[in-house]
Write a protein that binds this ligand. Structure first.
Ligand code: AMP
Ligand code: ZN
Length: 471
């Protein structure tokens, strides 16, 4: 097996771009925080999953043997990412008059329906929080035994004062605003930043999702879910952990604290965080009810891949503004790329050889952008530059672009509806091209009129024929 190719990523832990150096190459372990399944994923959430999809494609394509794990949060996530507010699953159950179990399964299915529509490859392992309660309880027991957690009235809290580097990951100033913003009114806590590992004190007398534990019947805190499941399927040290940027200050800070105190060593080597998608410069929130999800874009006449294209135009560490104007631009660009692919496949003759020396440099240039902190927008620009290279034969362009699409995931081989001609019509276009080559203008014009009568408009270009099906 050849050595995997080097990759560099911005590590939120060190705030620097570093080479990826897996613990046991070619194996790479990747854990991604999954959706909280109390509603549809909004298009902002989906940006994070497209980023993680691109990441896993690049890691595999570099030659690593990747194990990609994602959880489903189907219990324990309160309205705030800290310990206050209502239980998101219970709120949804009341809103929709269904049991939280039904809510969870329904929105989990909807989540995967949407990610499939966007060409997001499903993780190797998908694990539900509700199916890993014993693993969470065991971790909490270890934390208590080691003096990092305490129970009060059936709730178990992580004692942040026992982890002196608690504030380091998010560069929190614990005496200042970030800390006070996070303080809730739970007087059982020893320190204001302590967080719940196990809730036996539910706000709801009829709490439906609950399990027995050594501390009382209840449910786990959100943060412990990820630590327990990541360890179950990967190991006590993980190569890469991902999530949206909002997770740095609370969720990932807490995951690090409890995992490192439980295992006694560094838990994750590389942290990658995706920036937000913003609409009118505001954070999108699925708990506010009225939000954009993928079906809304489809109802408005867009293809899911138009949205994926839009996401590829922004680097994952930069904010991206969503607007329908931007989506229109993405739709047009995608349509053009697919038309080009179709033209090349039509123009490429079986006998055309693909010259290695012609395509290697383009492949390298594309790859360099991917390997450099997943610079998909630059890689996309390389793809466009290649498409305009007059030294390349159609067969070469086709080969290159198909390879690029293994990473971009845009289904570029799909033929736009307005281009999809029957074999008979395609044969007519070819006959007309032959006639034009022979300077037989009379035949060429007759075929053009025939095509027009059949609903195909012909536009001559210097390098071939463009056409559009108008009915
Ligand atoms: P949730 O289902 O709320 O737990 O969030 C799922 C994922 O979406 C998490 O990784 C969040 O960090 C991420 N996320 C939430 N809002 C946005 C947004 N506006 N843009 C990009 N990612 C987001
Ligand atoms: Zn998580």
């Amino acid at each position: 097996m050849p050595e995997p190719r080097p990759l560099r990523f911005f590590n939120s832990l060190t705030r620097a771009i570093e080479p990826l150096s897996p613990i046991a190459p070619p194996a790479v372990s990747l854990y991604c925080c999954g959706p909280t399944v109390y509603n549809y994923a909004h298009i902002g959430n989906l940006r994070t999953y497209v980023f993680e999809d691109l990441l896993q494609r690049v890691i595999r394509s570099a030659g690593y043997d990747l194990h990609h794990v994602m959880n489903i949060t189907d219990v324990g996530h309160l309205q705030s990412d800290a310990d206050d507010g209502d239980d998101k699953m219970m709120l949804a159950a009341m809103r929709e008059q269904r049991s939280p179990w039904d809510i969870a399964r329904f929105y989990e299915d909807e989540f995967f329906r949407h990610t499939d529509m966007l060409g997001i490859v499903r993780p190797d392992t998908v694990c539900r929080a509700t199916e890993h309660i014993p693993q969470m309880i065991r971790m909490i027991e270890t934390l208590i035994k080691r003096g990092h957690a305490y129970s009060v009235d059936g709730n178990v809290y992580f004692d942040t004062s026992t982890f002196p580097t608690y504030a380091d990951f998010a560069r929190l100033r614990m005496d200042a605003q970030e800390a006070t913003e996070r303080v809730d009114e739970d007087t059982r806590k020893r320190n204001p930043q302590d967080f719940v590992l196990w809730f036996s004190q539910s706000k709801y007398p009829n709490q439906i999702m609950k399990w027995d534990s050594p501390w009382g019947t209840g449910f786990p805190g959100w943060h412990i879910e990820c630590s327990a499941m990541a360890t179950t399927y990967l190991s006590e040290t993980i190569d890469i952990h991902c999530g949206g940027i909002d997770h740095i200050t609370v969720h990932h800070t807490n995951e690090i604290a409890q995992s490192e105190c439980c295992f006694g060593h560094r838990w994750v080597n590389t942290w990658l965080h995706g920036e937000f998608l913003v609409v009118d410069d505001a954070k999108m929130s699925k708990s506010t009810g009225d939000f954009l999800h993928l079906d809304r874009l489809v109802e408005a006449g867009y293809e899911p891949m138009d949205y994926r294209y839009l996401l590829l135009t922004g680097h994952y560490r930069a904010r991206l503004s969503f607007s329908f104007d931007a989506l229109d631009g993405a739709r047009q660009a995608l349509k053009t790329l697919r038309n080009l692919m179709h033209d090349w496949s039509y123009a490429a003759r079986e006998s055309d050889a693909v010259r290695d020396d012609h395509i290697t440099d383009w492949r390298e240039e594309f790859w360099e952008e991917l390997a450099n902190d997943l610079h998909i927008p630059n890689a996309l620009a390389v793809a466009w530059k290649m498409a305009r290279d007059t030294n390349l034969a159609p067969a070469e362009k086709l080969t290159l672009m198909s390879g690029f699409d293994d990473i971009l995931g845009l289904d570029l081989a799909t033929v736009n509806e307005s281009r999809a001609l029957t074999d008979d019509l395609m044969a007519l276009i070819r006959q007309r091209e032959d006639a034009r080559e022979n300077r037989d203008w009379v035949t060429a014009d007759a075929i053009r009129d025939d095509l027009l009568a059949k609903g195909v408009i012909i536009k001559d270009r210097t390098d071939g024929t463009d056409w559009e099906l108008v009915r």
